[in-house]
Design a protein around this ligand. Structure first.
Ligand SMILES: O=C(O)C1=C[C@@H](OP(=O)(O)O)[C@@H](O)[C@H](O)C1
Ligand SMILES: C=C(OP(=O)(O)O)C(=O)O
Length: 413
């Protein structure tokens, strides 16, 4: 679906959708419980549904887990499936079969699993791997600078094994907020993990033979990663203001960092309970270390494109291994609509211009690129055409409904 976004400032209020990171974690923990609690997820998305369907497959003798385009589903369930089964097949589509799993694969191979890569096409999906052999506990070593999702997967799987285990992170841990979210959910399900830390590299100690014991029925939190698009829409809309409801300022989600970043860029942010009001007079540049907040980079790059001064986004190498190469994608999209942007190996350098010019961009089959470029229309003097806007379904199928409710205007071409 190609769409034309007609420039408008936005105003009004919007409710946060369910956090897919939290939803994945609750669904997996519930499925591993003897008496699974009910998990309520206000609004779902393609990735959340991928996890749900894969968990149903885990009831079969040889499960076939179609992870769709969800990196989290794949990397979380690889070790979980092999803690429970002798054999499993993993499928994926879009860019997922190319996204890295080798550090996790090598550790699983060292602990009883054999990977067979056939790369066969299965309808729309492609086989990523077939795995044979039960996962065994022991010492796992992983780098901290590729994906935290490997660690989350092991933290879920290892308590189920007979043996005790340890996960040693060999380089400073990036995306740490996501591991903290995992530990928080596991604690609520009474799984005990002990953490020690040296120079930014944690070690997790995990006893085997643990049981997932749910605290009762649970609800997925509002999503800070996706509300971030409306926070920046609010600051780009200047004094109109957007109210974002249903997000917890005390949440463990690392992307709640968007509020302080918005403030640093000149945003006026008022918090009241689980609501925030966002507006601004004028925007200024800032320096952004993206190592803990990779998913915020596309929308922060949009904010920077009309902020006074030069914004440097650094420590963002891992953006190249997401649903798209997000550094190349944001460089391409923002330069096409008139931003002054340079791409670096691990970051972006953006000098604010007074206004963007509009133009046609690819959505790179990446939800966060489509949503970021939609918000960029607020500061554009001509329409922005986005190709492949349906990519929003990955995490936020109602994104364009909310955009319209805030006064946004678009036309399907
Ligand atoms: O654990 C999670 O829920 C996620 C972890 C992050 O990935 P990395 O750990 O690969 O950075 C993030 O980008 C992704 O959207 C969700
Ligand atoms: C990178 C993302 O998700 P995943 O890794 O789960 O595909 C994302 O939602 O931006």
């Amino acid at each position: 679906m190609n769409i034309e976004i007609i420039p408008h400032t936005l105003v009004g209020s919007v409710n946060a959708v369910a956090s897919k990171s939290h939803a994945h974690r609750l669904l997996i923990a519930a499925a591993l419980s003897k008496r699974p609690p009910a998990i309520s997820i206000g609004t779902t998305s393609r990735d959340i549904e991928a996890t749900r369907t894969c968990l149903q497959q885990l009831r079969k003798e040889i499960p076939v887990l179609d992870c769709g385009e969800s990196g989290s589903t794949l990397r979380f369930l690889l070790p979980v499936a092999m803690a429970l089964k002798e054999r499993a097949v993993f499928l994926g589509s879009g860019r997922l079969p190319q996204r890295p799993i080798s550090p996790l694969k090598e550790e699983m191979e060292a602990h009883g699993c054999t990977f067979i890569n056939k790369h066969r096409k299965k309808g729309e999906a492609r086989e990523i791997c077939e795995i044979r052999g039960r996962l065994q506990g022991g010492i796992f070593t992983l780098p901290g600078n590729i994906s935290s999702q490997y660690i989350t997967g092991l933290l879920y799987a290892l308590p189920l094994l007979k043996e005790n285990s340890r996960i040693q992170i060999t380089t400073p841990l990036e995306s740490r907020g996501y591991v903290d979210l995992t530990l928080d959910v596991l604690k609520k399900f009474r799984i005990q993990i002990y953490t020690a830390e040296k120079e930014g590299c944690p070690t997790y100690m995990i006893e085997g033979r643990q049981q997932y014991l749910p605290p009762g029925d649970m609800e997925a939190e509002g999503d800070w990663s996706n509300i971030a698009f409306w926070v920046i829409a609010g600051i780009l809309s200047r004094d109109s203001g957007i109210i974002c409801n249903g997000i917890d300022p005390q949440s463990i989600q690392g992307d709640r960092a968007i509020l302080n970043l918005a403030r640093r860029m000149g945003g006026k942010v008022t918090e009241k309970g689980h609501s925030i009001l966002v507006m601004s007079d004028s925007l200024r540049s800032t320096h952004i270390d993206a190592s803990a907040i990779p998913d915020l980079v596309p929308i922060l790059a949009v904010a920077a494109s009309t902020a006074k001064g030069v914004t440097h986004i650094h420590n963002a190498h891992r953006l190249r291994i997401k649903e798209s190469d997000r550094l190349a994608a944001m460089y391409d999209c923002l330069s096409r609509v008139g931003a002054n942007i340079k791409e670096e190996p691990g970051g972006l350098l953006i000098e604010g211009v007074p206004q963007l010019k509009g133009g046609t961009v690819s959505g790179y089959n990446d939800h966060r690129i489509v949503m970021a470029m939609t918000v960029a229309s607020i500061v554009s003097d001509s329409p922005i055409i986005i190709e492949g806007a349906e990519a929003v379904n990955k995490s936020y199928p109602t994104f364009f409904e909310d955009f319209e409710a805030l006064g946004g205007e678009y036309r399907v071409l």
